[in-house]
Design a protein around this ligand. Structure first.
Ligand code: N01
Length: 530
C-alpha cells in the first residue's frame, strides 16, 4: 500500500469523523480523515458567530463512548458556548491522539469508485489523491452555508459575515451600524450579543420564529454529580425517548387537558427552558388545534416581553410551532425593546437589493457598516452533493439526488458501494441529540467494516429495493401530522431551486436503532456483499 492508500477515507473531522477515526484505529484499520478546516470540531469550528451555543444540554451533548472522558470533562454552563465545545473537541483529539491521522486544510472536491479494484479515489481541491477501500462522508447535516439570492450582495463595501463562516478573530461591532438578514437560530442567538456592542442593529425578518428561553446558567454542580454518578444509565434512558434526549415527553393529548392544565404545563416548560417545550403533549405536531394552544402560549409570551405592540405582533410567528426547528434564545425578544434595535419586516415585500452602503427594503436604503448573513444552510444534502461523488458505472450522486435524496437508513445508497454517510438524509439526525446519534451511526459503520474484514468481503452496497422501501417509510412518517406542512430546511424549502423532499427520519431514535440492529441480526438485510 502506498502512502496515500488506506482502508478507510473519512471526510470531515467533526464529532463524527473524530469518533470514527478512534473506532477504526481500535479495530486495527488504517484510516485517514480529510478536513477542510485547520483543526477538529466541524460545525463548532466554523460557526463562531457571537452568542453561538448548543441548544441541547451539555451534559447530554457530549460523547459517551469513553467513561473516563465523560467523567473527567467539566462543562461550565447548562448550554455551553461554542468556544467551550471547540475546546472539548480539541481535548478529545489530544486525549486520543487523533490529529496525526487527520489531513487538515484539505477540501475534498471529488470521489470516484473503481469497480474492478473495489477502491475509492478521493481528489482534493489541491490535487492530492487518497485511495481507500471504504469512503465515509462525515460532513454533518448543517455545514454548507446557504447564501441568499439578493441582488447586489457582492456590491456591499463594508464587511459581510455569514454566521456559518465566521472569522476566527473577534469582530468588534462597537459603534457600528449592523444589518442582520434572517431570524433563524443563528440570528436569534447572535442578535442580542451584537446589539450589546453595535450602535444600530437592523434585523430583516422574512418569517417570525418561535424561540423558547434557554434559561442558561452555570452548570449546577449537584446535577452534574448526580448525572455522573450514573452516566451510563442516564444515557440509556435518553436513548429510549424519540429524540434521544433525557427529559419529560408526555404522550397525553393537549385538548384532553383543561385550559388551566395546559397553561400550567406550558408555563412550567417555559420556565425550564429549551427544546423540551414541545414535549408537553404527544399531539402538538399532529393536531392543528393542539398546536394552536402551544403556539398561542408562546405568542402571548412574546406580547408580554416586547413593549411596542406593533413590533410584538410582527415578532409573533403565524405558522405552526415545531414545523421549523424551535429556537432557543437568551434575551432575544426583549432586545427589541432597545432603542437602537430595529425590526424590518420583509415578508410581504422582500429585500430589494444590497447596495454598496446598506440594505434596500421597503423603498428605503438602510445604511450600515457591516452585514451579517444568518440565512442558514443547504441542509442534509448540501455537504454531500458539493463533492462530485461517482459510484459504480459512473453513477453521480449529484444527479441521483437532483429531485431529492434517497438512502437506505441514511447510511448508504445503491450504486455507491463502500460509501457510508454519517447522519445522512433518511436518518433521524437533526431530530435527535446529534452526539449519541453520531456514535450510533459510527458504531454501526465500524462494526460493518469489521464484519466484512472477518469474511473477506471487498464491497457492500444497499440494494435498490431496500433503499426504496426505507425511503417510502421515511416519507410515511410525515404523511400524517403537521411536520412537513411548513416551509423548512427539513424540506429543502430554504434553498432556491432545491427539490422539496422531507429529508430526516421522523420515526424516532429508538425505532431507528431497532431497525439498524434488526438489519445486522438478519445478516445485513437490504445490503449485498461482494
Ligand atoms: O438558519 P435557518 P440558521 N431574505 O435556515 C432567512 C441549527 N442551529 O443558521 O424562514 C430574508 O433556520 C430565513 O427566512 P425564512 C439549527 O438546527 C443550531 O439560523 O426562510 N431572509 C430564516 O429566517 C437550526 O435550525 C443552533 O423565511 C432570508 C433565516 O434566514 C439550523 O442550524 C444555532 C432570506 C435562516 O434560518 C439552521 O439555523 C444555530 C432572504 N433572502 C443553528 N433567505 C443551536 O442553537 C433566508 N432568510 C445549537
Amino acid at each position: 500500500m502506498s502512502k496515500q492508500e488506506f482502508d478507510v477515507a473519512v471526510v470531515g473531522a467533526g464529532f463524527a469523523g473524530m469518533y470514527l477515526l478512534h473506532r477504526l484505529r481500535k479495530l486495527g484499520f488504517r484510516a485517514r480523515v480529510i478536513e477542510a478546516g485547520s483543526d477538529v470540531g466541524g460545525t463548532w469550528y466554523w460557526n463562531r458567530y457571537p452568542g453561538a451555543r448548543v441548544d441541547i444540554e451539555s451534559m447530554q451533548y457530549s460523547y459517551q463512548f469513553d467513561e473516563e472522558l465523560q467523567q473527567e470533562w467539566q462543562w461550565s454552563e447548562r448550554y455551553s458556548p461554542q468556544p467551550e465545545i471547540l475546546q472539548y473537541a480539541g481535548h478529545v483529539a489530544d486525549r486520543f491522539d487523533l490529529r496525526r491521522d487527520i489531513q487538515f486544510d484539505t477540501r475534498v472536491a471529488a470521489a470516484s469508485y473503481d469497480e474492478k479494484s473495489a477502491l475509492w479515489t478521493l481528489k482534493a481541491e489541491d490535487g492530492t489523491k487518497t485511495v481507500a477501500r471504504f469512503f465515509v462522508m462525515a460532513t454533518g447535516c448543517l455545514s454548507k452555508p446557504n447564501w441568499p439570492q439578493i441582488d447586489g450582495l457582492d456590491s456591499f463595501k463594508g464587511p459581510t459575515y455569514h454566521t456559518a463562516q465566521w472569522p476566527h478573530e473577534k469582530i468588534d461591532f462597537t459603534g457600528k451600524r449592523v444589518a442582520v438578514i434572517g431570524t433563524g437560530s443563528s440570528a436569534i442567538q447572535s442578535i442580542p450579543v451584537i446589539a450589546d456592542e453595535a450602535a444600530e442593529v437592523f434585523v430583516f425578518q422574512r418569517t417570525a420564529n418561535y424561540a423558547i428561553p434557554a434559561n442558561n446558567a452555570p452548570l449546577d454542580q449537584k446535577y452534574e454529580h448526580e448525572v455522573k454518578s450514573r452516566y451510563a444509565e442516564f444515557r440509556a434512558e435518553a436513548k429510549q425517548t424519540p429524540p434521544g434526549i433525557h427529559g419529560r415527553f408526555r404522550q397525553g393529548k393537549a385538548l384532553e387537558a383543561t385550559a388551566e392544565e395546559r397553561q400550567a404545563e406550558y408555563e412550567q416548560r417555559w420556565e425550564t427552558g429549551g427544546l423540551s417545550f414541545m414535549g408537553a403533549y404527544g399531539d402538538l405536531i399532529f393536531d392543528q388545534e393542539a398546536n394552536d394552544t402551544a403556539a398561542e402560549f408562546v405568542r402571548n409570551k412574546i406580547r408580554g416581553l416586547v413593549e411596542d405592540p406593533d413590533i410584538a405582533e410582527l415578532l409573533c410567528p403565524k405558522n405552526i410551532i415545531g414545523g421549523k426547528r424551535l429556537c432557543v434564545d437568551t434575551n432575544y425578544f426583549s432586545t427589541y425593546n432597545r432603542d437602537h434595535v430595529h425590526l424590518i419586516d420583509v415578508e410581504a415585500q422582500p429585500i430589494e437589493a444590497i447596495t454598496p452602503t446598506g440594505v434596500r427594503a421597503q423603498g428605503k436604503n438602510f445604511e450600515v457598516d457591516a452585514l451579517v448573513i444568518a440565512t442558514g444552510f443547504d441542509a442534509m444534502t448540501g455537504a454531500l452533493t458539493q463533492v462530485d461523488i461517482k459510484g459504480r458505472n459512473d453513477a453521480s450522486l449529484q444527479k441521483r439526488w437532483a429531485d431529492g435524496p434517497t438512502s437506505y437508513l441514511g447510511l448508504a445508497m445503491a450504486d455507491f458501494p463502500n460509501l457510508f454517510t454519517v447522519t445522512g438524509p433518511g436518518s433521524p439526525s437533526v431530530f435527535t441529540n446529534m452526539l449519541p446519534t453520531i456514535e450510533q451511526h459510527v458504531d454501526w459503520i465500524a462494526d460493518c467494516i469489521a464484519y466484512m474484514k472477518d469474511r473477506n468481503y471487498s464491497a457492500i452496497e444497499a440494494t435498490p429495493e431496500a433503499e426504496a422501501a426505507w425511503w417510502e417509510h421515511v416519507q410515511d412518517c410525515v404523511v400524517e401530522g403537521l411536520k412537513a406542512t411548513t416551509n423548512s430546511w427539513y424540506l429543502g424549502a430554504n434553498v432556491a431551486g432545491k427539490a422539496r423532499v422531507f429529508m430526516p427520519y421522523y420515526g424516532g431514535f429508538p425505532n431507528y436503532c431497532r431497525k439498524c440492529e434488526e438489519v445486522v441480526a438478519a445478516g445485513y438485510e437490504g445490503f449485498a456483499f461482494a
